[in-house]
Ligand binder design. Sequence first.
Ligand SMILES: [Zn+2]
Ligand SMILES: [Zn+2]
Length: 370
Amino acid sequence: MRAVGVIPGKREVRLMEHRTPKIAEASHVKIRSLEVGVCGTDREICAFVYGSPPDGFDYLVLGHESLGEVIEVGSGVSQFKPGDLVVPSVRRPCRHAHCLACREDKQDFCYTGDFTERGIKMTHGFLTEFYVDEEKYLTCVPPELRDVAVLVEPLTVAVKGLAQVRRIQQRLPWLDPETPAGQFGAGKNALVLGAGPVGILGAMLLLVNGFKTCVYSRSRAPNPKSELLESIGAKYISCEVETVDQLAERIGNIDLVYEAVGTAKISYDVLRVLGLNGIYVFTGIPAPKPPIGIDADIIMRNLVLKNQVAVGTVNADREAFEGAIRDIGIFLKRWPDELRSLITGRYKIDQYRDLLLGKATGIQNVIALA
Ligand SMILES: [Zn+2]
Ligand SMILES: [Zn+2]
């Protein structure tokens, strides 16, 4: 069958022949790939910044953002049947008995670094016609979410991030006790850095939770991303129009920053203006660059005097996948056109080259396999 992969040893990206996987264990589920999202991570793997083949292979099949359809199940599978739609998670546990996190199915917190990731690190991905996975790494998607469920994986970044925020902010009186359930952001100011798919989906999640939400990104408004964000109730500010200090003055106390931009300079500049009792969630992975200057004294002083927390979050657990599927359903009801407009292009598998190696365009591009 066909697959798109990288051969790091030859620095090649190509459409290749990959052996069709079979169900080999009772817990296995065989899945037909329906849609695979392409993101910055895939583009970086194709630039050979990272990405490694499984043992015994010289290539890695790409793709970690997938929507698939179950076509066959092993004898021990109880949660799925042929025809079900599923989204797979990305990270798989390390094999070390002493890794408490992986032994408890919390491989997003793996202690050893020997985890693998489908389509990224030492396990083939989903950018192929069929794949097999263990039942426990799949989450069921309701049929009405068929055309937007490829956005679930990028949304899990924000869902896990917000779950971390909820836990950490239990350290202080965050909400008025009278606040209605589900309005964790009531009366709070959130700032999202970056207006890519992870940033926009994050802004949607923050809005649904009641945060007053502002998105700070490069391009001047109006542009398609600013228009989309303004239409769902977020404020869009370009960093070419307002400085970080002007932005902070406009917002007031910045209670939460959700960083989805992946560059250190702007991110640390915004950390400098985080508010009292504020929490800052880093999700971006900057490419290595020379050191930069930051206002370290101000940042350190604020972290202490303002009781701030900066937290990094990577990958997502089962709860985050379940939460993201629920939240995509909420977004689809509230903003059907805006949510669908996040998917700016659907391409065939043989158009992989432009998507992975050409200039980045649109918001979220998808390879549709079926
Ligand atoms: Zn991705
Ligand atoms: Zn581990």
